[in-house]
Design a protein around this ligand. Structure first.
Ligand code: ATP
Ligand code: MG
Length: 566
């Protein structure tokens, strides 16, 4: 039971309203960094400097060289709902600035000791001081064009919130992350962050996103990224995604930007991961930087107080296109990892710099344009080394194929088609095979009987532990039907490849692994050609089905670099 006393309805004092707004917008020092840096970007800054002390708990300072403000605007900017970015509700549709709510500065100023120093073109500089939301000083100052906001003692007047701040290292990390996300939206702008005098981030202006990724995380990550560029109707997707073989279970970067604005959207990240189907080891999570561009009226960005979410008019369409975009980025031969010191997809002319050209060219060389055998004499020679790798020349360098992984990829794609279509052409055995299995294996055979039949194994129980095999697949001349079946069944019974989500995919991957040509097998010229031609017509030739490469490339420019020809 509670006693309800009736209170008068009153408007909240502005300062109280600001503090309430701060509850939504300003969660921790990193949120202050985010809001102030967004304001700097909206003001057209070319260089943005962030300083924090004690994880931002004692000091956050953001300086920019943007448009600045005159005194009147600066004072207005500290009022709630004061913004220069929109005028009417209609302006919200397709709003191109980060800010539009006119809330951030008053909210921050209401829970800190706040100082704003600013200077617009042709104006005198102004300094305003606000303590806990109360303006307590406006004076002239001297500075160049731009704005510096200093926030001290965050939450000094809201002790309950101050208590929620985490350890300095945690808050510092969050602040660095807040700046990192925004630095990704604008490679052309310089960003730096110092924490207690130490430089934690220092990114010069860069021409391309990949250069910014390099500046933020170094070559170790940047060199594992592939470019994405895909359009479907009104939706354009660009960005960077990691090569499957270089994905790891922990520490991935996952960023989604919509119309240049960072948002959190686990569904879009998941859709992108779906694009990695059959190329990635179970548990590995690729790094993803996805920029979605679509008309302003196809997405609502005003659905979260800190603008961390967006609502799409057609979410399923967006997710489908994201998946397609990733798939397309993984498809070209150029998505194979380069050997040597050449970084991101070479310097423009290498393997993979033009996906469409490179995806087509080698195949034509091998097969002739009309894919008839008599034009195949144009094919470049193939060289097998260590009875395991096949080398050949492409436009851009030397491709090095792992014969087993490559064959697995080819068979996997065949089998997936067979399992969902008419099944595989099977070969009736002149003498049916009789094979013995352990009880658990017999169970596995029973459980996969239909799938085994689709790939070409027609099997009947015989007696006790024996079965009879009437037909078998015939994927290549060296195929050993009995051995393959025994290994496949042992894998299925033993739960190998258990990380695969989908039963069909798991079955296909297991079969492909067991049916494929092994490493250490010498191949004749015809077999090599057959394998390479089929690999080059596969949808994802450069990646095997266990999260390893099926191909690497030695870029021509790497050779030129090594031999001093450039
Ligand atoms: N660094 C800056 N340089 C120039 N003008 C600024 C800067 N920061 C803020 N302003 C001005 O102050 C106004 C208020 O900023 P504030 O962040 O409170 O609101 P907003 O950016 O318009 O919207 P939101 O609350 O969504 O961020 C801005 O509209 C802008 O005109
Ligand atoms: Mg703002």
């Amino acid at each position: 039971m509670s006693v309800i006393t009736r209170a008068r309805v009153q408007l909240l004092a502005g300062n109280v309203a600001d503090q309430i707004a701060a509850g939504e917008v300003v969660e921790r020092p990193a949120s202050v960094v985010k809001e102030l840096v967004e304001n700097a970007l909206d003001a057209g800054a070319h260089a943005i400097r962030v300083e924090i002390e004690d994880g931002g708990k004692t000091l956050i300072r953001v300086s920019d060289d943007g448009l600045g403000m005159d005194r009147e605007d600066a004072q207005l900017a500290l009022q709630r709902h004061a913004t220069s970015k929109i005028r009417t509700a209609a302006d919200l549709i397709g709003v191109a600035t980060f800010g539009f709510r006119g809330e951030a500065l008053p909210a921050i100023a209401s829970v800190s000791r706040f100082e704003l120093e600013t200077c617009g073109d042709g104006d005198a500089a102004t300094r305003l001081r606000v303590t806990g939301g109360k303006l307590d000083g406006a004076e002239d100052s001297v500075r160049q064009r731009g704005t510096t906001v200093t926030v001290r003692g965050l939450f000094y007047n809201t002790p309950a919130r101050r208590k929620f701040l985490r350890a300095t290292a945690t808050e510092t990390r969050a602040a660095v992350e807040a700046l990192t996300v925004l630095a990704l939206t604008r490679p052309d702008v310089a960003f730096s962050l110092t924490s207690d005098g130490r430089v934690l981030l220092d990114c010069p202006p860069a021409a391309r996103l990949i250069d910014r990724a390099h500046g933020l995380w170094g070559a170790e990550l940047a060199d594992t990224l592939l470019a994405v560029s895909h359009r479907a109707g009104p939706l354009e997707i660009t960005g960077l995604v990691q090569r499957p073989a270089q994905a790891r279970p922990a520490g991935r970067k996952g960023y989604v930007f919509v119309r240049g604005r960072p948002i959190r959207d686990p569904f879009i990240l998941r859709a992108a991961e779906a694009g990695y189907r059959s190329t990635i080891a179970p548990g590995d999570r690729p790094s993803l930087l996805l920029f979605l561009d679509l008309p302003g009226d196809a997405v609502d960005v005003n659905v979260h107080p800190a603008k961390l979410e967006a609502r799409f008019r057609d979410k399923f369409f967006v997710e489908r296109v994201v998946e397609e975009a990733v798939r397309e980025a993984l498809a070209p031969l150029g998505s194979a990892a380069p050997l040597g010191g050449v970084g991101f997809q070479g310097s423009g002319v290498g393997f993979g710099s033009d996906a469409s050209m490179l995806a087509g060219t080698p195949l034509e060389l091998f097969t002739g344009r009309d894919l008839t055998p008599d034009t195949r004499h144009q094919a470049p020679p193939l060289l097998q080394v260590f009875d395991t790798y096949i080398l050949f020349q492409t436009d851009a360098g030397v491709a090095i194929v792992d014969q087993h992984s490559a064959h697995e990829r080819v068979l996997y794609e065949d089998v997936m088609r067979q399992l969902s279509g008419d099944g595989a052409p099977a070969q009736r055995l002149l003498l049916p095979l009789t094979l013995d299995f352990a009880p658990a294996e017999l169970d596995a055979i029973e459980a996969h009987r239909e799938l085994l039949a689709r790939i070409g194994y027609e099997i009947e129980p015989f007696s006790g532990r024996s079965i009879v095999v009437h037909t078998a697949p015939n994927p290549h001349p060296r195929f050993e039907a009995a051995r393959c079946l025994q290994e496949l069944v042992a894998d299925l019974a033993g739960g190998r490849f258990g990380g695969w989500q989908n039963r069909l995919e798991r079955f296909a991957a297991t079969y492909a692994c067991r049916a494929a040509i092994k490493a250490g097998q010498m191949l004749d010229a015809g077999e090599m050609r057959e394998l390479i031609v089929r690999l080059l017509t596969a949808s994802l030739p450069a990646h095997d089905v266990h999260g390893r490469p099926s191909m690497v490339q030695l870029p021509k420019e790497e050779l030129e670099r090594r031999f001093g020809r450039t």
